[in-house]
Design a binder for this molecule. Structure first.
Ligand code: ADP
Ligand code: MG
Length: 426
């Protein structure tokens, strides 16, 4: 056990480990406290080579001798079946790549299902309900990028943004941790045993206190309640684990208090970054509003769009022949123009994150596979554009134009969805 304090906690940056250990042990205590109904996924978000696979794989050892973590190239159904089997245990899913929309959709649904364990019930032919197996596991995941614009998914995670680490500094602690890892699965039952002898009513009061503390710091913000709940449960589990270490003689009372304070600091940082990520989502809505205003008030020029071409104004795009109801916008020019028009209001996010959100909202209605843009011919060259559906942007599109559009769509049936190979690559 002394090893945990000396090595394990220092084998990666400490906040990776405090969040990680708490998430790992949370499923062991949440059912007796009746806190198992909302299970946030811990997601390590960082570039390849930062140590995510290793930390999550190591933490999985608290639940048994797993050789290799599951990864996101399995199907959503496969992941969910696995998550059903891991009742009240930790399930690690490694390396979400988000290289295409299928994977993104899958991540979204896995996080959603895992949060409250429900799956939409399907009906049998005789109208009785099919029993779908929802998740009963607590998830830990990693990947290079989380979903770009998913406040609702963010609110069902603890999203940790992690940097590349100096592995030379941590190598010794890391090596010793792997050497000790066969003992970890013995720690979990001891922790559970210790926990079952604690005062559960008092513990529930504690978690309510942390929840409301966090909530008051963020009140009114989008999804703040869920985020506060997720973080307060994680903090609670850390708090109990530290007390367990203190009762086992691994740390003294002063060290225990310091360890609790230390993690509380990480929790507050994480809270504000997650709230920021949720606000980002709304930036696409703000962006759309300004874009609509700019077009409607004819302060920008769009070639081939009835009454909207004006050589004295900034041209931000064009309508392609045969695609009425859609405009192709030059992404960088549009982004810069809208942002300078928005001035004081400010638009959070990058061109890329805005584009991803617009795709999610189907305002960008056609893209090349695995991209937000589309390559089209214009004025003798090829350009990458955002293809925007004017109706989804909030304009009224005349019925005769829609009819034309329907005809065009019939003439050029959209290509079948591209197929992935087994590695999830087009
Ligand atoms: N804490 C650490 N200390 C030293 N080396 C590490 C540590 N974590 C990972 N490594 C090494 O760094 C490399 C990349 O780690 P990995 O977990 O695969 O990164 P990721 O999954 O983020 O791409 C591996 O060779 C691993 O052995
Ligand atoms: Mg990896």
């Amino acid at each position: 056990m002394l090893h945990i304090k000396k090595d394990l906690l220092n084998a990666w940056p400490r906040y990776w480990m405090t969040f990680g250990i708490a998430q790992t042990l949370l499923p062991a205590i949440s059912r007796p406290l009746n806190l198992h109904k909302k299970r946030a996924t811990l997601f390590y978000e960082g570039l390849t080579g930062s140590g995510k696979t290793e930390i999550t794989h190591l933490l999985q050892q608290f639940w048994g001798p797993f050789d290799a973590p599951l990864n996101m190239t399995s199907s959503a159904k496969g992941v969910m079946e696995e998550a059903y089997q891991f009742k009240d245990a930790l399930l690690v899913i490694d390396d979400f790549k988000g290289i295409n929309r299928y994977q993104e959709e899958m991540l979204r649904s896995v996080i959603q299902y895992s949060y409250d364990g429900t799956k939409t019930a399907k009906q049998n032919r005789d109208c009785t309900q099919q029993k779908e197996k929802g998740s009963r596991a607590t998830l830990m995941m990693s990947g290079e990028h989380f979903l770009a614009s998913e406040a609702s998914a963010v609110a069902r995670t603890i999203l940790l943004e992690v940097d590349k680490i100096n592995t030379v500094k941590t190598r010794d602690a890391y090596t010793r941790s792997w050497a000790m890892s066969p003992n970890y699965r013995g720690v979990t039952p001891r922790f559970i045993h210790w926990f079952l002898n604690q005062d559960h009513a008092k513990i529930k009061e504690l978690v309510e206190k942390y929840h409301s503390d966090l909530q008051t710091r963020s009140s009114g913000k989008q999804n703040s309640s869920r985020i506060a709940l997720n973080l307060s449960l994680n903090y609670l589990c850390w708090y109990l684990f530290v007390d367990f270490m203190a009762d086992s003689g691994v740390v003294d009372r002063k060290e225990a208090d310091e360890l609790k304070d230390e993690h509380w600091g990480y929790v507050l940082k994480c809270q504000s970054s997650m709230l920021g990520r949720c606000e980002d989502e709304q930036s696409a809505i703000v962006f759309m509003r300004f874009l609509r205003q700019l077009i409607a008030s004819k302060q920008v020029s769009i070639a081939n769009l009835d009454g909207h071409y004006n050589e004295h104004k900034q041209q931000i795009g064009f309508v392609a022949p045969g695609s009425p109801g859609q405009v192709n916008l030059f992404p960088d020019i549009t982004f810069t123009t809208v942002r300078s028009f928005a001035r004081d209001t400010g638009i959070a996010g990058t061109e890329r994150s805005i584009a991803k959100q617009l795709v999610d909202m189907e305002v960008i209605c056609a893209t090349d596979p695995a991209r937000n843009k589309r390559l089209v011919r214009y004025g003798g060259s090829r350009q990458r554009v955002w293809t925007i559906d004017l109706e989804h942007l909030g304009f009224e599109v005349k019925p005769e134009i829609k009819a034309q559009q329907a005809q065009v769509l019939q003439l050029h049936p959209s290509e079948p969805a591209p197929k992935m190979d087994e590695n999830g690559i087009f």
